[in-house]
Write a protein that binds this ligand. Structure first.
Ligand code: SF4
Length: 90
C-alpha cells in the first residue's frame, strides 16, 4: 500500500501520488497518460496532473489498482498547506 510519507516530491499536490516503491514498469503511464509521467532522472513515475474529469479519475483508479507494487495512492495532500504539513512531519 502506498504511503504519503514516501511520496515522490515530483507529484503534483492532490489525492493521487506515486511513492518510492515504483519499479518503473510503465503501466500507469499507459493506463492514464494524461496524469502520469516518467521522471527520467529518477527512473520512476509521478502524477503530473490530478484527474480533472470522471474519465481521467477512472483511469487513475485503474492504474492504482493495476500497479504491481501498490506504489500509487489516492490519499495524498489535497492542498499545499497539507503538503507542507506532511513535509514538516518528516
Ligand atoms: S504502475 Fe506502479 S510500478 Fe509501474 S510505473 Fe506506475 S507507479 Fe511505477
Amino acid at each position: 500500500m502506498a504511503d504519503t510519507a514516501n511520496r515522490y516530491q515530483e507529484n503534483i499536490v492532490g489525492l493521487f501520488y506515486v511513492d518510492n516503491q515504483c519499479i518503473d514498469c510503465d503501466l500507469c503511464r499507459e493506463t492514464a497518460p494524461d496524469n502520469f509521467a516518467r521522471f527520467d532522472n529518477g527512473g520512476y513515475s509521478y502524477v503530473y496532473k490530478q484527474p480533472q474529469t470522471p474519465d481521467e479519475e477512472a483511469r487513475c483508479k485503474e492504474a492504482m489498482e493495476g500497479c504491481p507494487v501498490e506504489a500509487i495512492g489516492s490519499n495524498g495532500p489535497k492542498t499545499q498547506e497539507e503538503l507542507d504539513a506532511l513535509l514538516k512531519a518528516k
